[in-house]
Every structure is written in structure tokens, then in C-alpha cells.
Design a protein around this ligand. Structure first.
Ligand code: URA
Length: 226
């Protein structure tokens, strides 16, 4: 014969034995969250990012590139320059802005009393589009995350969008570069200035004066930052 729970408690109580009962019902117990090691968010690192970029196959440019062009320079730079995409020389050597336009950009930096070692420089796209055509929307979208992570790692004080494609992409606009230059915008809370692309200046020498004005404007804006 088994005693009912009430009778059992009455007997125990009569014997002076106090029974402590849990106030938790099974429903009130919170189910522990399952531990899933893949869900742990690790801080980003240059090493992880570099490896991801060099193995990237998110768009079809991975089938035509010689190699990815990650970007280079000072990892703690105050200035972050962003171009469009690697050209032939960049694709061959895996470094940004090393062709003729890159040499002019280096000269422009010198005019700003900056060197390539002072700045970080990268492109909207990490792979060369065939025949240097303009980047396609899907390519820009797939590559966007890499650039955003580079900016987050460097934490620059100022971003310079070099040329129309970089400026329009970062500012999500179709406005002409001639209209975008000379203003201060924000990209992820970082001041951004758009300048003419050096390859455009190589074609249009008469615009060189405007390029110099752009650089002066960038320097003035930088000096006014806290
Ligand atoms: N033009 C760009 O926009 N980026 C490069 O790296 C080279 C040329």
C-alpha cells in the first residue's frame, strides 16, 4: 500500500520532521541556452580578414583575377584613401595604386605632406574587373563587407573617396563627382571627402588645379577635426 503524498506529509509533520519543498515548478525552470561554439563572435583581426579576402569567391571576378588586392599602408592611419578597383598592374602585383594613376596619387600625397606609409589605401573592389570596366552592383555588394571591416580596424579620422565610383558607392548616390567634391560627408560617422581620380587627371590636365583645391580642402577639414 502506498501512502498519498498528503498523508505522508502529515505523518512526517507529526514526527516533527519538516519537509522543504521546491518552489520551482518544472515550467518555471529556465531552459539553459545550448552552447554553440560557432556562434561566439570573435573580434576581427587583420589576419582573418586578409585570409578571407585572398580566398574570396563571392563573385565571378575570382575567376578572372590574377590575385586579390587587399590594400596596404599604416594600420593605424588617420587617412583612409579608397579607390575604385585594381587595374592591370595592381592585379599582377597584388598592391593598390601602383600604376600611373597610383604614381600621381603618391605625388598628390606628397603635396599634402603625406607619404604612402602615413595612409591606408584600399579599393571598393578587391579584384580587377576584366578590361578595367566599371564595377557591377553585385560585385560591390559582395565586397562591401571587406572594406567596412578594414575601416573598422584602422579607425581613421578621415576618408578620402578617390574618384567617381568610390564616392558614389560610399555615399550611395548617382551625383556627379564634380558636385560631390568640395563637401564633407560622413561614412559610418567618419568625415568623408571626395576627390577627382588621378586617372581622370591624367586624361584632363586642365582639371589639375581643381585637384589641388580638393587636397587643400581635405587638409583644412582634417585640421579642424578634434
Ligand atoms: N585605380 C584605382 O582606383 N585603384 C587602384 O588600385 C588602381 C587604379
Amino acid at each position: 500500500m502506498t501512502l498519498s503524498e498528503t498523508t505522508r506529509l502529515q505523518y512526517l509533520n507529526a514526527m516533527g520532521i519538516t519537509i522543504w519543498q521546491s518552489r520551482f515548478t518544472p515550467e518555471s525552470i529556465i531552459t539553459p541556452i545550448e552552447f554553440n561554439p560557432t556562434e561566439i563572435i570573435k573580434p576581427d583581426t587583420w589576419e582573418v580578414l586578409r585570409t578571407e579576402v585572398s580566398n574570396c569567391n563571392l563573385c565571378s571576378l575570382c575567376t578572372t583575377r590574377t590575385q586579390t588586392v587587399f590594400g596596404e599602408g599604416n594600420l593605424n592611419a588617420k587617412w583612409f584613401f579608397i579607390g575604385e578597383a585594381p587595374g592591370q598592374h595592381e592585379d599582377e602585383q597584388g598592391r593598390p595604386f601602383i600604376g600611373e594613376a597610383g604614381q600621381l596619387l603618391t605625388e598628390m600625397l606628397r603635396a599634402m605632406k603625406l607619404t604612402r606609409e602615413d595612409i591606408f589605401i584600399a579599393n571598393i573592389l578587391k579584384c580587377r574587373p576584366p578590361k578595367n570596366r566599371d564595377p557591377h552592383v553585385d560585385e560591390i555588394q559582395q565586397c562591401r563587407n571587406y572594406l567596412q571591416r578594414q575601416i573598422a580596424l584602422v579607425q581613421p579620422k578621415m576618408i578620402i573617396a578617390v574618384g567617381r565610383i568610390a564616392a558614389q558607392t560610399l555615399l550611395e548616390t548617382t551625383e556627379k563627382i564634380g558636385k560631390l567634391r568640395g563637401n564633407v560627408y560622413q561614412f559610418e560617422n567618419i568625415p568623408l571627402i571626395a576627390i577627382y581620380h588621378p586617372s581622370y587627371l591624367l586624361r584632363s590636365l586642365t582639371e589639375k588645379r581643381k585637384a589641388w583645391q580638393d587636397l587643400q580642402f581635405a587638409l583644412q577639414t582634417f585640421k579642424q577635426l578634434r
